[in-house]
Design a protein around this ligand. Sequence first.
Ligand code: GUN
Length: 282
Amino acid sequence: MKIIDGKAISASVRKELTAKAAEFENKYGRKVGLAVVKVGANPASEVYVRNKIRACEEVGVKSFSYNFPEDAEESALLELIDELNGSENVDGILVQLPLPSGLNEKKILARIAPEKDADGFHVINAGGIMLGLPCTKPCTPAGIIELIKSTGETISGKNAVVIGRSNIVGKPCAMLLLAENATVTVCHSKTADLASHTLNADILVAAVGIKQFVKGEMIKPGAIVIDVGMNRSEGKLYGDVDFESASERAAYITPVPGGVGPMTVTMLLKNTVESAFRCKEN
Ligand code: GUN
């Protein structure tokens, strides 16, 4: 079994992005800019946002932080997004999810200019993935494809099983695997006899949100296993895959932490740098 080292793969992509961000600054006289909008004080979001801002500094992208209270008015958020959409210094905008329950997430995400949608959550970008058009891809699925490709194994013709059907991970991940010519099955909480599907998976993506949910006995020997889980328990981070038993069957596996997480943040930086160049060059 080989570990897919998301941290190391991230570091090499970030090195390229650092050079690209410097090139942008030389050419256009300002840094690539990412606006990071956080509402309320969800503890997981605090950690994610901090990581994203730190990663911006690492590659020379300027981050602009906006923090709203839990009871923020929707109109205030929409007003800020309008301002960021028009800002010369902002190339990417991200609104950290989940939003407090009183806010209309769909409406807020739809307000972000699609060309500045660093997360790829806007309906235009979601539609682009569906139709196979050039578009900004959601960071976690884009990172997953990079991690799978890093193994050197071909994706085309393989059976890929995605457990989870969220708009952020499961659905777009299935679309990207399909675009790579995998035969894709999407499983979820209502799937009957989950193991009958996972045992057929040459590539297994676990995005369930349940600590150590996927056991070794559910994995096809020789599979590539991608663990999207970020389950915090007693101060420790656990994946959706039971790493120990899975390691005995999988050929490749991503660890938690140090697998999908760092790649997600790296893809956010990539989307932002690409959007900066696209905006200037088109
Ligand atoms: N919440 C969980 N994952 C993500 C993500 O990739 N982007 C944003 N904005 N919020 C999230």
